[in-house]
Design a protein around this ligand. Sequence first.
Ligand SMILES: [Zn+2]
Length: 574
Amino acid sequence: MDPEVRPSRGAEEYVPAAIEELAGRLKFSFPTGHIWLGEERMILLHKAAFGSFRKELVNTLGMDRARGVLTRMGFAAGTRDAELVRRLYPNSSDSDVLLRGPLLHTLQGIAKVEPIRLDVDLAKGHCFADVIWVNSFEADVHHQLFGVEPGSCCWMQVGYASGFVSGLMRKFVLFDEIECGTEQCHIIGKPLEEWDAKEAEPLMKYFDAEPLADQLLELQHQVRTLRYSIDEALEPGDLVGSSPAFRSAWDLLKRAARSQITVLLLGETGVGKEMFARALHKTSSRSHAPFIAVNCGALPEQLVESELFGVQQGAYTGAQQSRPGRFERAHGGTLFLDEVAELPATAQTKLLRVLQEGELERVGDTRTREVDVRVVAATNVDLEEAVRNGRFRKDLYYRLNVFPVRIAPLRERKEDISVLADRFIEKYTAREGKRILGVTDKALQALKNYAWPGNVRELENMVERGVLLAPNDGRIDVADLFSVLPVDHGLEKTTSLDLQGKLQCCAPDPMERLAEIFIEKKLTLDDVEASLMKSVLDRCEMNISAAAKQLGITRSQLRYRLKQKGIASADEAE
Ligand SMILES: [Zn+2]
């Protein structure tokens, strides 16, 4: 017998274990209302609902165009499943990987798929598939709506098969339904170049967006481009968002941009105060002049004044040359003073004078210089309290606080997470020279569930890490983003299917998820031990006795293991 022909009996034997394994990845999370297949969010859809959708599609677009839409819809689903399979089974043989497509189709209730022949060599770019569908759901729906007609009617399913195999092969594989009936359907697929052009051409049109759709897409694109160019004017750089919290802050800033008013930005660390300040500058009439940013908290106290206001030669030992300060360098433009509460008392006095009089004297100089600078100050501390404690000048506070704008923390503008993540993915894929398709549904859910103590900056760092770890041409998953898995995600109580198709409640088993991650990331027992010891030590503030107690071993056992792995601890000096 031809060894490449997989007898259907053999395939059937293979099916139960593999499909049980796939079914185990289908998780129902009732507390959150999610159904997960791996990291893809799935839905249960009524066949009848799909039927009315199909009917409406045919009525509005006509049979041929409706076929195109559904084919492409199936193609999209197929490529997503191909991605899923590539991620879940990186070490499986080519034919096992290819067989996962029919199994997923079966699991998803589309049809019972019986491969007659699946012959594939990913490296050589060769494949041939000959498959029978029993109980095709689409044939069922179509026949109910339009009666039995000759020709293919399993459009979405054919699209799926093409999408799945093309996704695996990374080249276009065309499928044709050569028999479509109430009993069974029969499809074959091979790479496009192996088809006879005359056969392929009439099928190919369903995979390309049609002229009507093209025109709509083109118009949509134009609208988007226009909106983007308007948005660009409104939201330069990394400043993106549509949440009410973002919009109200940005609306206030746009109004401030038109005037010369001093602005005070309030908000936690990492919310992007400097980005807002830059955006304010770019949209103001001062945009042609410099934008200078100073972190007052990062300047050594003895240098603050000379840095801000400049220094005259010979003012102090070491002042070899006269030089202008940041105020003079920002002349005509905008000066951003971050962590303004950290300014020492003398600098506060000088700052107040610039704000009131528009003039300053360099350190060690008697000449008064005029400067025209708009000040945007920012702080993450309560300035009123600093005033009460005598750490901040009251008059300066009033002078700065004329136009306060609060930038909301990321946890209050979760609607923006997805668009911010996309922006950062764009930025880091360009830098890493990688192609990433986005984040998985589950990863996006995890991002939305997370509390974001480090705000937008933390999100950016996390996406940077994700871009680095995610496979090329793949999606960023939960484990790529979080170095320690978020407690409220991936570990939620789920329900899954057993082989009989009955729901079984699984107690949340974090160990199983943990084990999965270790296998996915190809970690060794040594890696696991080392990272566990490090995390526990961190949490115990490097105290070995406390960490040992937590790990259930003696202090000397822990010390020995740490030494073996070359991990430092606080009392290693003993
Ligand atoms: Zn069919």
